[in-house]
Write a protein that binds this ligand. Structure first.
Ligand code: EPZ
Length: 438
């Protein structure tokens, strides 16, 4: 039977939580271990579903994944990598988007890859055309099969001059994981440069890769024949940190996020301050708190790094329902990331969605039929409601809305939150949230 969370709102969240390794780096560093000729060790690994999915896929391919019981560190040994049974891989169809990143490393290791149909949050169409196009340019042959795609490279993978139409995080990682052991030089322009990508580059450099990040989103990779294992501590999860920061704002609380790092959150911190949230930074984390004064509305556009990240948008929108006046948010990364506002409106928020680009720069979604701009008028008192969680960040946003609301909310679909938020229920408990789980 599905788990139901009953939340009684109105309690300011107060206390401390810790964030560990980033969901958007850890599974990819695990995939990178496939490229090594010996074992790797990954530290600061959170207990989240995406890590479980990748662990299971690696094991199916013969990689030994051992979790150190005390620390949770992962030891990944790829020396017995092998072709997996298609039906076993297929069982993971729809679980995550990470399997697409197995392509390059598996071709280098065993000459072929079968990738199941992908999962991940339903926040837009989320195509994989950039991934397949760059793989073809490396010399891979891509065939659509029932339940997934099959990829091989009969003539080997060769470095190429590549250009992405949009700085996609996943496609940039695809290029990095494929090019490091491809023959010759790869030059990628239009690359994404998120901190998680820089951390993946750090992992690959430890393994022996030669990667240069140049100006203007150009990354140059000199292929090497062999890589070793790595020892690496994953960078902290800045998206989880920003989520707890928004929770403090929305519930008029005060949360110290141990592990949060200022350098990864610059754009978020500027916005948080403009809305009226406050923060104190020390060497071990960041304290985020509501000052007790009214919050201010703002005009905001999501963007690729170093802009305001799309994953911060959903929790912050809940904060903007509590600001005095009209805010405008233009989502330029995903065409469909405002679906979660439907529940907020039912809870009493005043939010209108628009197809136009309500921002300073027209984006790729402007002349199309996507509700990708939001106008939020506040402040509104939120009321408890029945909520079914639609996606990871939207779901967390619903939780914090329910925690700030008057009355109680009945929330289903909370399993999705476990995909990216480690032990979120015990963290909520530690912060004083009033809820039951049945
Ligand atoms: C990563 O997704 C993250 N996921 C997302 O976090 C994050 O929102 C996103 O990067 C942007 O920062 C992981 O790292 C697992 P993209 P990814 O390729 O790599 C379009 C979260 O909540 N595109 O940068 O899949 C795409 O549709 C998740 O933690 C194509 O058109 O994102 C989107 O509009 C959600 N074709 C844009 O590019 C392609 O082949 C950016 O996507 C690939 C992408």
């Amino acid at each position: 039977m599905a788990t139901v969370l009953t939340i009684r709102g109105g309690v300011p969240l107060t206390g401390q939580v810790s964030v560990r390794g980033a969901k958007n780096l850890v599974p990819k560093a695990m995939v990178a271990a496939l490229l090594g000729s010996d074992a790797s060790v990954l530290r600061n690994v959170p207990e989240i579903k995406d890590v479980d999915v990748v662990t299971s896929l690696l094991r199916l391919h013969g990689v030994e994944v051992v979790k150190e019981p005390q620390t949770g560190d992962l030891r990944l040994d790829p020396t017995k990598v092998k072709t997996a049974q298609m039906k076993d891989i297929d069982a993971h169809a729809g679980d995550s988007r990470i399997p697409i990143l197995f392509c390059g490393p598996l071709i280098h290791a065993i000459g072929e890859a079968f990738i199941p149909d992908l999962g991940g949050c339903k926040i837009g169409d989320r195509p994989i055309d950039y991934h397949l196009e760059v793989l073809r340019q490396f010399g891979a042959v891509v065939e659509k099969r029932e339940g997934g795609i099959s990829i091989s490279a009969p003539k080997g993978l060769k470095g190429a001059k590549l250009s992405l139409p949009y700085p996609s995080v996943g496609a940039t990682e695809q290029v990095l994981l494929t090019a490091t052991r491809a023959e010759g030089i790869t030059e990628l322009s239009g690359a994404a440069i998120e901190p998680e990508i820089m951390d993946l580059i750090a992992v690959l450099q430890k393994m022996g890769a030669i990667i240069t990040v140049q100006t203007d989103r150009v990354i140059r990779i000199e292929g090497v024949r062999d890589l070793t294992g790595f020892k690496h501590r994953a960078l902290p999860d800045r998206n989880e940190a920003a989520s707890w920061a928004s929770a403090a704002l929305v519930t008029q609380g005060d949360i110290y996020v141990a592990g949060a790092r200022q350098g990864d959150l610059t754009a978020f911190l500027n916005t948080y301050r403009k809305v009226g949230g406050s923060f104190d930074i020390d060497d071990n984390g960041i304290r985020f708190y509501h000052t007790g004064r009214k919050l201010s509305p703002l005009v905001l556009e999501t963007d690729v790094h170093p802009g305001f990240m799309t994953d911060w948008q959903q929790p912050l929108v809940v904060g903007l329902t509590q600001a005095q006046g009209v805010s405008i948010v233009h989502e330029t990364v995903y065409e469909n990331r405002f679906g979660f506002t439907e529940a907020l409106v039912r809870m009493g928020a005043n939010i209108q969605l628009h197809r136009e680009c309500l921002g300073s720069v027209p984006c790729r979604f402007g002349q199309r039929n996507f509700l990708h701009s939001a106008v939020i008028s506040g402040a509104t008192q939120l009321k408890g409601a029945e909520i079914h969680i639609p996606d990871l960040r939207g779901g967390f946003s619903h939780l914090i809305a329910a925690l700030a609301a008057t009355g109680s909310s009945r929330v289903t679909g909370i399993e999705i939150i476990n995909r990216g938020y480690e032990h979120f229920q015990s963290k909520l408990e530690a912060l004083g949230a009033d809820f039951d789980v049945h």
